[in-house]
Structures are given as C-alpha cells and as structure tokens.
Design a protein around this ligand. Structure first.
Ligand SMILES: C[S@@+](CC[C@H](N)C(=O)[O-])C[C@H]1O[C@@H](n2cnc3c(N)ncnc32)[C@H](O)[C@@H]1O
Length: 494
C-alpha cells in the first residue's frame, strides 16, 4: 500500500485531504494507521469525500448493466452477495474502474476466524465467535446467487469459470474487506434536530458480514419502514477505512452531510497522537470475528482486557439446567413456555456483562419456567413476560448455568493465565491466532467467574438463618426440621 498514491487518487476524485494535519504510517500489529502531524482542535475536518466516491451497490457500474429485475431475480439485493459482486466487478475492470487505486490498496489477507484452520477454531470453543463466522452461508450465497449470474451473463463476466477474479476465494476476500472496513451510508442523510445540518453517522462503524446477519438483512429489506440494515446502505468509504479503533480512544468520527462525508475530530488531538475512529466499542469476540484483532486496555479492577466484553448464554442451556437439576421446581410444559417466550419477544440468547449482575432476562426466563400451572395460565393471558426477580431460584439456576457454561471452554482461567505468563519468555511466543483465542475466552471466563462469585455470595446471604420467632418463619417450618426459603420452596437443612 502506498498512502501517497491513495491520497493523490482521493483528491483527484474530488476528495479533500488536509495534508498538514494527518499522515499514515505502519504500526506493529495494526497495519496502517493515521497520525496527527500537528496539534488539532476538536471539529477539525481531516478529509472529506463526495458520496459518489463511496463504493456500494448504489454507485458501482455493475447493477445498471445487470438491470433491476435480474438483480432481484438472483437475490442480489438481499445480504451482501450483490455488494461483494460489485467489488469483484470493479476490481476486474482494472484501471478503467473509478476505484482501481483504492481497491489495489486494500488487504488481501485477514486474521479473522473465517480463514483459521479447524485446529485453531477449536481454541474458540465456548466463545461467542464460533457460531457467527458465517463461512457456510457466504458459500451458499456464492453458489446460489453469484454463480448463476456469472453463468447467465457471460457477456459481462466472460466464459471462463471459475475466473479467478470471480472465484469463491475472491468472494471471501471481498466479503472480509466489507466486514472489516464498510460503513453505513444512507441514500439521504437523516436530519438530526439537535445537530442542525451536520449529521452524525450513528451507525458509522463497519457493519457485520455473515450468516447470522443475513437473515436480519433479508427481513429488513422486505420491510418498508425499517431499512436500517438494507445492504444498499452498506458502502466502502475510501480513506475513512484507514483509521484504526481501540476501546475508549475515539477522537474522530465520520459525519454525513448533504453532499459529502467528512471525517472530523471529536476532541482535540496532540501532534504525534494516533487518530482513532470508533468501531462501536465491541467485545473482543466481535472484534476478532469482524476485524481479526482484540482490544486490551487497562481495566478499572486491575489487569488488562476489554471492558466491553460480554458472554452469551443460550436460553436452551438455562432450560436444560432447570429440567435436569431442578425437576421439582420446573413447571410443566417447559417447551410450550419457551415457544411463548420467543413469540412474546424474549431472546434466545442472554447477554452477561462484567457487572456481576444476573441479567434481568435470565431471572424473568427462570420465573417463567418455574411458575405453577395456574400462574402460567395467568401470565399467558396477560401476554407479558414475567417481571425479573433475583430470588433464590434465579440465583441457584444462574450459578449452575454459569458452571455449565464455563465447562464449554477448552481451558480454565488458570490454564490461560499460565499460557500468557509463559509468553513472557521470548522464545515461547504464542502463535497469533491462539493468542487471540486465549484473550477472547479469558475475557469471557472472567466475566462468568465474576458472576458466579457474585451469585454465590448473594445465595449465601439469602440462606443465612433469619431472626427466629417471626410469624412467617414459623409458618414455613416443617415437621422434619427443614425450612423452606424463597418462592420456589427449596429446602435447606438447618
Ligand atoms: C478499518 S481498517 C483500519 C486500517 C488498517 N489498519 C489498514 O492497515 O488498512 C480495520 C483493520 O485495522 C486493524 N486494526 C484496527 N484497529 C486495531 C487495533 N486496535 N488493534 C489491532 N488491529 C487493529 C485490523 O486489522 C482491522 O481489521
């Protein structure tokens, strides 16, 4: 990559670039990055570009050549297949494409799990990454949408199949470029009443690419009133995609104006400082999946990690734990209740953050599965998810779920900490992918351990014997000397 020729190309196509304000330089393990050449005030425009210099299905020369009817007939308006085809098409045009210098500057290799070996992927077991890589879905799209149009329009794509410019490999490379570098750019900028003419690209972080999102995109494309995920809004934005991002470091952002897009400083920047965009302060699992890197910054509680880390817990694991470990608590017809939960808008995955609190959705879901038959009938009639309640049932189930969840990782926290400690010896450098996998799973396991500690402490205090003699306690005392505690009536020996 030659940043000077990129800047020359950019300005020759009506982009503006403040050469006195910023420059690009390579950085160890981050690729290229932007740096301030002098002290900059907040609201300084670093560069700007006209909308027609972005590369999307709206601006590429390919869609008009295929025609709207055929484009839709091949499903190229749904998911990223059409945009990926546009990128392959523009790259195949060589110098005659408006974007040739830009496309030539983009990476062709990636550190994302999409390109990992099966052995490396094993190291991600238990994390939120594995189910979301989307390789199979991308390959289905290629086979079912792209190959048929390649074959039916030999006047455009030639007769040689597979042509390396339109191969599956090229499809994955272009998909990964979109995944790690694209922005959400709407046809007409939204007017933000508070910010006047200048509009913040709220979704300016690059969009995800993969099978998990494809379905959402499909739904949104079909819905007239919400085009938030419309693939036509996904665009490559030359120059804006040269900025790196790190948790809490953002000092610049892309703004969408009537005629152009502008990269503007959002706070003052000192000479020599890196200019950081934001990718939305994502957890390491998402950073790795989309961008192929992880963030490690100093944490408030000590050590390093990513404060945005989260852990996903599947609702079916919670149900499994209740049915297996608490059959006496489980209300009848769990499967019917789960279906109802999903129909009422409940999630099938619960998100745990680093607050050590039981997510309200888990408490609500546990209540639903444990309520008596009459309570269940009443809840159904009201058509409202149960109010979350962090009682003994929710705490006990959560503790068991967390233990089960921790067992899904291939290692323990202690194993991974030992691996990282061993890396202090220079000749014991951990291979790149393994290091990333360790950082992702360690962040997740620490969140789970924090939650388990918090839940165990709260359970312990909820079981502390109350002052004797209260009327309600004597009502709960049983003849066999056990005392029921909590709404689910779990017994505890005194
Ligand atoms: C939008 S591009 C940014 C420009 C990129 N560095 C380049 O050389 O073209 C996103 C890519 O930059 C790299 N990157 C961005 N932020 C990073 C960070 N905090 N740590 C490591 N790599 C980072 C990752 O490879 C990511 O996929």
């Amino acid at each position: 990559m030659n940043p000077d020729s990129l800047v020359d190309w950019f300005t020759a196509h009506n982009g503006t670039f403040d050469r006195a304000a910023l420059t690009f330089a390579p950085i160890d393990n981050l690729g290229w990055g932007a740096f301030a050449l002098r002290d900059l005030q907040q609201d300084h425009t670093l560069f700007s570009l006209p909308r027609d210099l972005t590369l999307s299905t709206r601006t590429s020369s390919l869609p008009p050549l295929i025609g709207e009817e055929d484009w839709k007939k091949h499903g190229l308006h749904v998911s990223w297949a059409g945009l990926i085809l546009c990128l392959m098409w523009e790259a195949a045009q060589g110098e005659s494409s408006k974007w040739s210098t830009y496309l030539a500057s983009l990476p062709i290799t990636f550190d994302t799990p999409m390109f990992w070996s099966l052995e490396d992927l094993e190291q991600l077991k238990g994390t939120a990454v594995l189910d979301k890589i989307g390789k199979e879905q991308a390959e289905n799209d290629y086979a079912n949408k792209v190959v048929p149009i390649l074959k039916s329009r030999t006047d455009l794509f030639g007769t040689e199949h597979p042509d390396s410019r339109f191969s599956l490999e090229a499809y994955h490379v272009m998909g990964s470029r979109i995944l790690s570098r694209s922005f959400q750019v709407e046809a007409q900028p939204r007017v933000d009443a508070h910010e006047g003419a200048e509009m913040d690209l709220d979704n300016s972080s690059p969009l995800p690419h993969g099978n998990d999102d494809t379905e959402n995109i499909e739904e949104d494309v079909e819905s007239d009133d919400d085009d938030g995920d419309d693939p036509a809004n996904v665009a490559m934005v030359p120059m804006a995609d040269m900025l790196n991002a790190r948790y809490g470091c953002a000092n610049a952002k892309l703004f969408d104006e009537d005629r152009d897009l502008r990269m503007v400083t959002t706070r003052s920047v000192r000479q020599g400082e890196q200019i950081w965009n934001t990718y939305g302060d994502l957890p390491n699992s998402e950073l790795l999946r989309r961008y192929g890197h992880v963030d490690q910054v100093p944490l408030a509680e000590g050590g390093i990690g990513n404060p945005a880390d989260i852990v996903e817990i599947r609702a079916d694991l919670v149900m499994e734990v209740i049915v297996q470990n608490y059959p006496e608590w489980a209300g009848p017809r769990s499967a019917e209740r789960v279906d109802w939960w999903l129909e009422e808008g409940g999630d099938d995955v619960f998100v745990v953050d680093s607050s050590n609190d039981v997510p309200e959705e888990i408490s609500s879901f546990v209540r639903l599965l444990m309520m008596s038959a009459p309570e269940w009938e009443k809840t159904k009639r009201k058509s409202r998810l149960p109010k979350p309640k962090e009682d003994e049932a929710a705490l006990s189930v959560t503790a068991d779920v967390v233990r089960r969840r921790l067992a899904e990782y291939p290692t323990t926290i202690e194993d991974d900490e030992a691996l990282l400690r061993a890396e202090q010896v220079p000749e014991k450098l951990i291979p790149f992918n393994l290091k990333h996998a360790i950082v992702v799973r360690l962040g997740e396991m620490r969140i789970l351990r924090g939650l388990l500690r918090g839940v165990s402490a709260r359970l312990e205090s909820s079981r502390t014997p109350p002052q004797s003699g209260s009327a309600s306690e004597s009502r709960k005392r049983k003849a066999d000397g056990t005392v029921t505690s909590g709404r689910a009536g779990r017994t505890a020996k005194r």
